[in-house]
Design a protein around this ligand. Structure first.
Ligand code: ZN
Length: 222
């Protein structure tokens, strides 16, 4: 049995596993969860835990954000154009296939780029939700942009859909798969047969996209 930190919460109804960037495991459970049930849950997810940890290790070294460096952007790429500025409020700006960034150091540049990708993820996410919601037959209450390292999307019981901004570095077919997947959770919260039937109805080739996302997910990191 793997070591984990247990977090009990009165507001929680379901069990949840989280792996932080260092690979440590947290198990979030309802306040009255029985210890045997928790152990069983963790054991049942041994393969998932191993896969997530392997994913953290497989990740290629971060892209050096130097002038001219290429960052994936949906089905294409943008090249970074570093700029000097005397403005304190600097932000990344797109100019054709260039992403112009001003920043005093690598950390500031990275921050600007992430902020810009988060805005793009929101814009593109809304666009794709508007496309898929009528096909699914449900619309979310809210879109939130998240940045977890082991999760591409989620759907809360209140109808908030979260999308990882790093999906903007993935091909658009994979971005769409995550949108369709999370929208289908508005119909079926769990990954049962009924859930996958809905996903297949909305996106007949989802299986292929799902496998590609799993195989390539280590690449969508800055
Ligand atoms: Zn799911």
């Amino acid at each position: 049995m793997t070591a984990y930190t247990l977090v009990r919460s009165r507001r929680r109804r379901t069990f949840c596993l989280q792996i932080d960037p260092e690979g440590a495991l947290r198990v979030l459970v309802p306040a009255d969860a029985r210890p045997e049930a928790i152990d069983t849950f963790v054991l049942e997810h041994t393969r998932w835990i191993e896969r997530m940890r392997a994913r953290l290790q497989d990740r290629p070294p971060p892209v050096a954000l130097t002038d001219g460096a290429r960052i994936p952007y949906l089905d294409g790429a943008l090249s970074i154009a570093l700029q000097a500025t005397n403005s304190r409020r600097c932000r990344a700006e797109r100019d054709g296939d260039r992403l112009c960034v001003a920043g005093a150091d690598e950390a500031a540049i990275r921050r600007q780029i992430e902020l810009w990708y988060r805005q793009e993820a929101y814009r593109h996410g809304i666009e794709r939700i508007l496309h898929f919601a009528p096909l699914v037959g449900r619309a979310p209450q809210k879109l939130r942009i998240a940045g977890q390292k082991t999760r591409w999307g989620s759907c809360s019981s209140r109808g908030t859909i979260s999308l990882n901004w790093r999906l903007m570095m993935a091909p658009s077919a994979l971005f769409d798969y995550v949108v369709a997947h999370e929208l289908c959770h508005l119909l079926c919260p769990h990954h049962g047969a009924g859930f996958w039937r809905e996903v297949a109805r909305v996106m007949p080739d989802y299986e292929r996209r799902r496998k590609t996302l799993r195989a390539q997910s280590g690449h969508f990191f800055l």
